[in-house]
Design a protein around this ligand. Sequence first.
Ligand code: SF4
Ligand code: FES
Length: 607
Amino acid sequence: MPEPTPSNLIPVNIDGRDIAVPKGTNLIEAAARLGIEIPHFCYHPKLSVAGNCRMCLVEMGTPAVDPTTKQPVLDPATGKQRVNWMPKPQIACFTNATPGLHIRTTTPQIKECREGVMEFLLINHPLDCPICDQAGECKLQEQATDYGRGYSRFVETKNVKPKRTQLGPRVTLDDERCILCSRCVRFCKEIAKDDVLGFVDRGSYSTLTCFPGRQLENNYSLNTVDICPVGALTSTDFRFKMRVWFLKTTPSICPESSVGANTELWSREGVIHRITPRRNDEVNDTWMADSGRLLYKRVTAANRLLEPSVDGKPATLAEAIKAAVEVLVGAETGNRKPGNSELGTGNAGAVASANRKAAIENRKLTTVAVVASGRQSVEEQFLTRKLAAVVGAVGTWIVGRVGPGDGLLISADRNPNVRGALVTGLIKEYPQPQLAELGAAISAGKVKTVIGFGENLAEAGLTPAQLGKVTLIEVGTHLTPASAVARVLIPSLTVFEKAGSFINQQFRVQKFYAAVPGPQGATDDLLLLAQLIEGCGNGTPPRSVEEVWSELAPQVPALAGLTWAAIPPTGKLIDGAAWADLPFVEGATLHFKPAAPVGVRDVTNIK
Ligand code: SF4
Ligand code: FES
């Protein structure tokens, strides 16, 4: 008999091994806990059970009980309770663990069942593995190898079904390869709430298609490609671009909104080829939005900022940083020209540095404004706050970004890291979408210098007249309308080219890593911030994420005791109670419920 277990655990026996699993655990999942694979196609942990592929057949038995006495019937040979085995195999995906349930997954009967199922599935499946885009991640191919008969008895003619059908703007269907598992149908109906797919015709002629007059065009359509176990559904953007075994994966976070969907970046030799979801049952399950998958194209966008410049002329990074420091240090008069530098080396440099620090500390009228960003990482926001303090900034703003939430994985707050700005103390108030307050301060002559990090200042409400009144230092990844009037332009890295963390709407700190190196000419934001702080005469600040965390954790109460290394791959929840009264804009999403529900779930209209 199995060992006694706590009441919420159910004892089962799989292939002769006892295990206690939480109530409600499906047998495929229970076996996986023992490292036993029950092959399956139609089962998906985040969808309803269809039970139509029959690949997960197992032998099943229940403990024998005397119908009269209700007492266990013992086997006289072993003294253990006898097991009544069912005469026919059962599907594991549709069975949850019940007390004392026994299953067998490796018997000759099960081997024969699996070979039979594979034979049926392959009857009409084309033999186009060498040219199929799913090669390398095809469940049918893998399970044919592991559980198939190894030879074909099929002599008839295979079905001909539609090929290269555009189901929608991003998904291509090869119907001949479809094994009718219905995962894609269930996903659209149950998760995307866009019931657009279905089967027509019967038997061997069953064909997946969209409902008449409809397209698979919701903003979650590419999740069907992820879960399709064969090469029937493929991403129109990715198909035939790269074999998956050439790609390496890097964990990342979708920067599209404050949901912070966990993602995987697939890259080769410095080029990102696709983005797919990374499973996190507390945030995004196994899903992500289509729009987030295409963001990697910004890495090579035509308007990527690639060269530092000073006064509109190309400059080296060192020259640009030097010019920026001079502007920041001389900001109280606004008339310091780059080139009249006090920067130097050795003792002269140290004296100059001390002089700059003293000048800033003694300044009567502070005139620098910092426009930070809700797209910066926690680490960058921490150093930006330091920079603002060092230059005695008159204020620090971030630009609020609000759009319709879809109730699933795109929230109304389209910044990934407003919580980070609050937690690090970079800002105290909830950000406004427009920089009206800063604009007024510029118009009133109270701000003479603006340093902006990754924001489009024109779009954020600063008028050409206001931009023309200030000395502008712009740090960013792409050119903006304001770039043309910036005194100093410094290229930085996208989220795909650097490491850091965001704090999502749940106050969950989540890490992302660099998948590809930044382009020549662009510099890491942390290094840049550290150089600016150092240039302004404030010691030697940390330059890597690990170094920043060793300084940040002791100084930021909500992150006390946390280290970069200790943040798990699925993130770490922190206490956000201190900010509970702020007017956060998010409505309910997949694993998030705001205190006061707002927002409407409608993914079908978001393309
Ligand atoms: S297209 Fe793929 S996911 Fe959809 S039913 Fe066919 S095999 Fe399953
Ligand atoms: S996984 Fe398809 S029937 Fe169980």
